[in-house]
Design a protein around this ligand. Structure first.
Ligand SMILES: [Mg+2]
Length: 210
């Protein structure tokens, strides 16, 4: 029985939850703390983030930015506070319900564990394992070593896993180059390709045919 690995944001849930925390909560706290308006706070926050760059693991760490910007309150309350913004795609629900009885399911995500855990709770009790690249492996991207570690933890060979996610490079090309059967989810329908699918229900149909 092959494992099926899902990316989280953009695949099982939409980007609203993370976008709100990064794009509104952090700038708003910055604005309050430093006495600037929200628009300027956003500019300043994003400028600092760009300066650091997404190749550094701290970039993904909400706690790091709280300390760096001297933001008030306990950042660990934020993931819980925004729980209601987590929206599970309807086709994700249908797909997980259908596949859970036939395959062991896992999540392989590039979101930090503090946010990811709340997301997983909202999606539901489907998964045997949840992997966070930045929290578990100090990796800034889902690279080959991330996928290899997952296979090692699960004790399986690459051909015993299927991965699906919405990032063409990190979910599709890298997973595939590690020897995993990978699918690129493009909900916009703009990309065409043999292993590009427009929804998770299409993904499920493809698995049935295989
Ligand atoms: Mg994604």
């Amino acid at each position: 029985m092959r494992y099926i690995s899902f990316d989280m944001e953009g695949t099982l849930i939409d980007h609203g939850y993370s976008e709100h925390i990064w794009g509104t909560d952090i700038p708003r706290l910055y604005a309050e703390k430093h006495g600037v308006d929200l628009k300027d706070a956003r500019k300043l926050v994003f400028h600092e983030m760009n300066q650091l760059g997404d190749q550094r693991p701290e970039w993904y760490d909400v706690g790091y930015w709280f300390r760096r910007f001297d933001l008030p309150g306990d950042w660990l309350e934020l993931p819980e506070k925004r729980r209601s913004l987590i929206r599970v795609y309807p086709d994700a629900r249908i797909t997980l319900d259908a596949l859970a009885s036939e395959h062991p399911l896992v999540v392989s995500s590039n979101t930090i564990r503090e946010l990811l855990e709340v997301q997983v709770e909202e999606v539901g009790d489907y998964f045997t394992h949840v992997f966070s690249a930045p929290s578990d492996y100090q990796s800034v991207k889902k690279d080959q070593s991330f996928y290899r570690t997952i296979l090692e933890v699960l004790g399986i060979e690459p051909n015993e896993m299927i991965h699906v996610g919405d990032h063409y490079t990190y979910d599709y090309l890298i997973a595939q180059s590690t020897g995993i059967e990978a699918y690129h989810l493009d909900r916009t329908g703009k990309t065409r390709g043999e292993n590009t699918l427009g929804s998770l229900t299409e993904f499920m149909e493809r698995l049935k045919k295989a």
